[in-house]
Write a protein that binds this ligand. Structure first.
Ligand SMILES: [Zn+2]
Ligand SMILES: [Zn+2]
Length: 154
């Protein structure tokens, strides 16, 4: 799945970073307090701890964003986020958000779908969709069909 690490792998990564920070702190200051590194005067340790902290913060933000997204899908769809299938592309919503788009709720039928080009352009004439409009692909194609009926002149 396009090379993105799973949440579990990222938690493992986070733990590794935490251990590395503690080891560097211990090596330089003989204590497990990372903040003591900044008082130790050891530039390399300061740089390493800062970089690792930055990395950990970025990882944590990613995990938090994903967790919030999962929760909002779960609450909106009234079932586990893993079970929600996108009506646009037919793929699981959460597992495919990085390649297909962030989950968004259709204002017309209240289903969640991917707000991304791989999903909303699927089966739609390209020229029509420059900016994603918010009804899900299913509602939009329904609306398009209705327009065709009117155009045909009943
Ligand atoms: Zn989709
Ligand atoms: Zn819809």
């Amino acid at each position: 799945m396009n090379g993105q690490a799973s949440p579990k792998a990222r938690v493992g990564c986070l733990a590794t970073i935490g251990i590395a920070v503690l080891l560097v702190s211990y090596r330089v200051t003989a204590s497990f307090n990372p903040f003591a590194v900044y008082a130790s005067g050891s530039i390399w340790a300061e740089v390493v701890v800062s970089l690792l902290a930055f990395l950990a913060a970025a990882l944590l933000m990613g995990l938090l964003t994903e967790w919030l997204m999962r929760k909002s899908v779960e609450v909106g769809a009234h079932r586990p986020a893993e079970d929600v299938i996108c009506p646009g592309c037919g793929f699981p919503l959460i597992q495919y958000f990085s390649s297909h788009g962030v989950p968004i709720r259709c204002p017309e039928c209240a289903v969640f779908w991917h707000n991304g080009p791989a999903c909303y352009n699927k089966g739609m004439p390209k020229a029509k969709i420059v900016i994603p409009t918010y009804p899900c692909p299913r509602c939009r194609s329904k609306a398009a069909r209705n327009e065709d009926l009117f155009d045909g002149g009943a």
